[in-house]
Design a protein around this ligand. Structure first.
Ligand SMILES: Cc1cc2nc3c(=O)[nH]c(=O)nc-3n(C[C@H](O)[C@H](O)[C@H](O)COP(=O)(O)OP(=O)(O)OC[C@H]3O[C@@H](n4cnc5c(N)ncnc54)[C@H](O)[C@@H]3O)c2cc1C
Ligand SMILES: Cc1cc2nc3c(=O)[nH]c(=O)nc-3n(C[C@H](O)[C@H](O)[C@H](O)COP(=O)(O)O)c2cc1C
Length: 644
């Protein structure tokens, strides 16, 4: 069935000789699921199969290194030798069996990698380190450049032999090809540097070598950053000139992204960046070429994608993290099941957060990512009565999975609302999309007949009286009250109460604790016109916020004149302010109308202690087990629902 509201999105298009059935593209994303030698694993294949089943028009794999020294991550695929072809043929066969189309992205990381990973000095057009990785690369000699050109062609031929439908040349994000194209990283004065034509020599030689070896009929996309977003980097005007050259060279489509490692936020924009923020780059490129143009970047909704296509701003829309959050997005959109789509919230915790630590990617809202087979929801053999205490993210996820497996699920929540602390988390600026996830969980619970009992605390008495087969304790955590003189004063409140709108704070507020909760609460209040002062023991604030989102939070706090006392300990809460100790000296800070506590949480595990040894099966998950983050709570919820 086709949704009539999305008729542009679900119309076919050709890239070279390949017909793509709709305009929805999975862009390249390193998942770290392959073997260290670049061969495919079952996990890698199953991950892509889920996308093909989900109805994406085109899947572009993550970047296949053309040379082992061109690897940027540990467990990425490679096609730098013929021995690697077979495992990737298995991938393409299985995708084709489902009816999917799959292109391989190929690349060389150049200076955006490290000796620890590749075992030697990285290479680049000029001996200038990547500002993030800080390793001085070897300046490539002309003969070495020509060898790499040949490697791209050889790799493309292997891509074709492995059965892929086409290729994407990774000229974006500051990797080797991008390094050559940009005066930001290319300072050569030979035929590969200087003016634009010379800087384009390397990419154009690669395109020509690929066409020679893999065939001029082999569909080829070129990915490029529309703007590098660094001082001295390429702009969209440079990109338009380059786009015209690439079209002339025989490229069949262009994929317009943004950024380099020095502006990594632009490659994978955090939630502080608006939806579809670089669509205008694709629109600009479309004005100078006739080949299809793909856009990308914070697009997580089919209606947004439809508007882009209908408005002719791009020909295809890539949805990266949105496809991790819900591999079935196209299928659900086509069927008009919009509320069933689990949308990416751009938290970056599971995807970039994990791969940047060398771990396999996971997803906050989709714990089954990368475990599609292992965690596929199947009907339970025996139907059980499952009681779940707490409708935070952990309890809701457990209830959803258990109910989908056919169990009789009763979810008890002592508050009058679903979501637990994750609801509180959605209040500060840039966190609003979290509410969409809670709404999605709620819809799943309703659709799968979970009995939801709000304003009802699950007690030992209820358990004894109703005798469930399993009790899942997902009772979460509550704010800690520090042992501090003055903490009992009337104007002392918790960050949770403030965010939940239970306490008004007046104009001048002090926030004790500058971790994620304290700094986000401060940002919320500062954005609402309050004068905010943070007092934090550590030398920095928001240390537990992910690295891509943190600079946006800090900038927002600075723009709203939030005062910060770092390396400072509160000694006493006074009627008119705070007595703090900084650098061994005591000082008074104030005056404040309200003092807000954000000094951490402690687990609520009373119920667990009472039920231990008294019920057939007791499972504790999320913050009740140990206060961490929702990422862990949701994963443990899924596993609990899967195991009962
Ligand atoms: C401001 C803020 C921002 C945050 N931002 C992030 C973020 O960006 N990323 C992230 O990963 N995490 C974030 N967190 C942390 C995250 O919200 C928590 O780790 C997560 O909510 C824990 O989930 P949970 O289900 O284990 O517990 P909770 O969310 O604490 O839910 C437990 C629920 O159990 C209920 N309950 C307790 N006892 C009983 C009982 N006996 N019977 C019935 N109900 C009971 C409670 O009322 C509550 O609703 C944030 C937290 C806050 C406060
Ligand atoms: C975990 C992860 C890995 C990525 N790896 C690649 C990659 O291998 N090649 C590439 O061109 N882009 C890569 N990207 C960028 C995405 O293709 C995409 O451009 C980016 O995520 C923005 O789109 P989105 O907002 O739809 O996720 C990666 C993104 C993520 C989240």
């Amino acid at each position: 069935m086709r949704c009539f509201m999305l008729k542009n999105l679900f119309s076919p298009i050709e890239i070279g000789k390949v017909r793509i059935p709709n305009r929805l593209v999975v862009p390249a994303m390193v998942m770290n699921y392959c073997n260290g030698d670049g061969t495919a694993t079952e996990k890698y294949v199953a991950y892509h199969e889920a996308k093909a089943r989900g109805g994406w028009g085109l899947i572009i794999t993550e970047d296949y290194a053309v040379d082992p020294i061109g690897k940027g991550f540990s467990n990425v695929p490679g096609l730098w030798n013929d021995g690697q072809i077979e495992s990737h043929s298995t991938l393409t066969k299985r995708i084709h069996d489902i009816g999917g189309k799959i292109f391989a992205q190929i690349y060389h990381a150049g200076r955006q990698t490290g000796r620890v990973l590749i075992g030697c000095q990285p290479v680049a057009p000029s001996p200038i380190p990547c500002p993030r990785l800080q390793e001085i690369p070897h300046e490539l000699r002309v003969n070495e450049i020509r060898e790499i050109v040949e490697e791209f062609g050889d790799c493309a031929l292997r891509v074709r032999k492995a059965g892929f439908d086409g290729i994407e040349i990774h000229g974006a994000h500051g990797y080797l090809i991008a390094q050559f194209m940009s005066p930001y990283s290319n300072k050569r004065i030979d035929e590969y540097g200087g003016n634009l034509l010379n800087r384009m020599r390397f990419p154009l030689e690669i395109v020509s070598n690929i066409r020679l070896k893999a065939g001029s009929d082999f569909p080829t996309i070129f990915r490029i950053s529309g703007d590098e977003m660094v001082p001295g980097g390429r702009t969209i005007e440079d990109t338009k000139a380059i786009a015209a050259m690439l079209e002339k060279a025989g490229v069949n489509a262009l994929h317009i992204s943004a950024g380099v490692y020095g502006s990594a936020y632009a490659i994978t924009p955090p939630a502080a960046i608006p939806h579809g923020w670089i669509v205008h780059f694709a629109d600009e490129v479309k004005k100078v070429v006739g080949i299809p143009v793909i856009t990308v970047g914070r697009i997580n909704d089919p209606f947004l994608a439809e508007t882009i296509i209908a408005g002719k701003k791009a020909d295809l829309v890539a949805m990266g993290r949105a496809s991790l959050a819900d591999p079935e997005l196209p299928k659900k959109a086509a069927a008009g099941r919009f509320s069933d789509i689990n949308r990416c919230i751009a938290c970056l915790q599971g995807c970039i957060g994990m791969i940047s630590r060398g771990q396999p990617a996971t997803c906050f809202v989709n714990p089954a990512l990368g475990k599609e087979e292992e965690l596929r929801i199947r009907p339970a053999d025996i139907k059980k009565k499952v009681f779940i205490a707490g409708a935070g993210p952990a309890g809701m996820e457990a209830a959803m999975v258990a109910a989908k497996r056919g169990h009789e699920v009763h979810l008890f929540e002592k508050a009058d609302r679903l979501g637990g602390q994750l609801y509180t988390a959605c209040i500060p600026p840039s966190k609003g999309e979290i509410a969409g996830f809670i709404a999605w969980q709620k819809k799943q619970l309703e659709d799968h007949n979970v009995s939801i009992r709000l304003n009802t605390e699950l007690t030992e008495g209820i358990v004894n009286a109703q005798n469930p087969d399993v009790v899942v304790v997902a009772t979460g955590s509550t704010p800690v009250s520090p042992h501090l003189p003055g903490v009992e004063r009337e104007n002392v409140v918790t960050a949770h109460d403030v965010l939940e709108g239970k306490k008004d704070v007046g104009l001048r507020v002090a926030v004790i604790g500058g971790g994620m909760v304290g700094s986000e609460t401060s940002n919320h209040l500062a954005n609402h016109g309050r004068e905010v002062t943070i007092v934090e023991m550590l030398p920095e604030i928001a240390a537990d916020v992910n690295a891509r989102s943190r600079p946006f939070l800090l900038k927002d706090l600075a723009e709203h004149n939030v005062k910060m006392y770092l390396n400072s300990t509160v000694k006493e809460i006074l009627a008119d302010g705070l007595r703090i100790e900084r650098d061994g000296r005591e000082e008074w800070v104030g005056p404040f109308d309200t003092v807000i506590l954000a000094v951490g949480v402690e687990p609520c595990n009373d119920l667990r202690s009472k039920l231990e040894g008294k019920v057939v099966r007791l499972i504790t998950i999320g913050d009740a087990l140990s206060p961490r983050k929702a990422l862990e709570a949701i994963r443990e919820g899924y596993l609990a629902g899967f195991e009962v």
